[in-house]
Design a protein around this ligand. Structure first.
Ligand SMILES: Cc1cc2nc3c(=O)[nH]c(=O)nc-3n(C[C@H](O)[C@H](O)[C@H](O)COP(=O)(O)OP(=O)(O)OC[C@H]3O[C@@H](n4cnc5c(N)ncnc54)[C@H](O)[C@@H]3O)c2cc1C
Length: 288
């Protein structure tokens, strides 16, 4: 079984600031990390490797510095790594990004058939959640999104059973391989790398591919292949209305129950805002 995990190097969003005048992202000095959602996918791929045996290849498209993220993934246990980097990819939107990544996955398939592609649910910078489904569509793979658990994989029957979070419940889905999976966050605990893998990662000769290596068409990558237009980037205005603090008096019993404390809090809120009950009833009646 050959599994490809797509990982994107992103700026650590916890440390990003917006320039107050130009409203652009200030990336200077912001550390680059593996998109946190992608780590859950990588962990799931490594669990499949541990359970049924698989070769796990990590793939990223980005500038040469994205190599550090690939080495991190190798140190966690990935077997192989591909850095897709080319100035011609610069300016790619999600359409062009998924095309470029697909061209690399097709090339990997020439070496060994790819059975599973993992992507994160979304990235913390672009945030579109479009690239995974874009890859699945281009490869003609089944797509399983918002997955919380891989229940089983039957390599003989080439079938996979997964749990998918949906509104109001969990869907248990069975589908044929090959397929593309986007894992939800928090679905597993990301492992610490083993010392052997850390040493291997530091020395590993990862593959560095460009547009020509994968045979990607020039008109389908970079700005040329990107029909998306970003019309405006702006920081939302802070809300003018401030929240008000409502204090509830604790019920008098020595060890008040949660219900009694909640009732006291609700009473205090409605007491402080006499019109709130009418407003909520009117909204409920209007079906809002
Ligand atoms: C007009 C335009 C121009 C742009 N120009 C640039 C630019 O010059 N430089 C730039 O960095 N960005 C640029 N972007 C942003 C770029 O399109 C996105 O970073 C990229 O398409 C991924 O989209 P996303 O972050 O929303 O990923 P999502 O769709 O949210 O990602 C879902 C999953 O797909 C996988 N994935 C996504 N991107 C990659 C990747 N690069 N490598 C491996 N796996 C990946 C990951 O598993 C990820 O969790 C541009 C966007 C537009 C609209």
């Amino acid at each position: 079984m050959h599994i490809v995990v797509c990982i994107k190097q992103v700026p650590d969003s916890a440390q990003i600031r917006i320039h107050p005048v130009t409203n652009t992202i200030m990336r200077q000095g912001v550390p680059a990390i593996i998109n946190p959602f992608d780590l859950f996918s990588l962990e799931e791929a490594l669990r499949i490797k541990d359970k049924v045996g698989a070769r796990v290849t990590v793939l990223t498209m980005g500038p040469p510095m994205a190599e550090t993220s690939l080495r991190k993934a190798l140190s966690l246990g990935a077997d192989d790594a591909v850095l897709l980097t080319d100035r011609k990819f610069a300016g790619s939107d999600t359409l062009a990004t998924s095309y470029a990544l697909t061209s690399a996955i097709k090339k990997l398939s020439e070496e060994e058939q790819v059975d599973l592609v993992f992507c994160g649910k979304q990235t913390v910078d672009g945030d579109t959640a479009q690239v995974g489904p874009g890859i699945a569509t281009r490869l003609g793979f089944q797509q399983l999104t918002y997955i919380t658990k891989i229940e089983s994989i039957d390599q003989g029957a080439r079938e996979i059973v997964v749990h998918r979070r949906s509104e109001g419940g969990v869907q248990v889905l069975k589908t044929a391989l090959p397929c593309m999976i986007t894992m939800l966050e928090g679905t597993n605990t990301i492992r610490f790398g083993k010392m052997d893998d850390m040493f291997r990662a530091a020395r590993y000769g990862l593959k560095t591919w460009n547009k020509d290596t994968t045979g990607a068409e020039e008109t389908k990558v970079g700005l040329k292949g990107s029909p998306t237009v970003v019309s405006k980037v702006f920081v939302p205005k802070p809300r003018a209305q401030k929240a008000t603090m409502v204090e509830a008096e604790a019920p008098t019993a020595e060890a008040p129950s949660a219900e009694a404390m909640a009732a006291a809090a609700v009473e205090a809120i409605f007491g402080a805002q006499p019109k709130l009950a009418d407003e909520l009833l009117a909204r409920a009646a209007a079906g809002l």
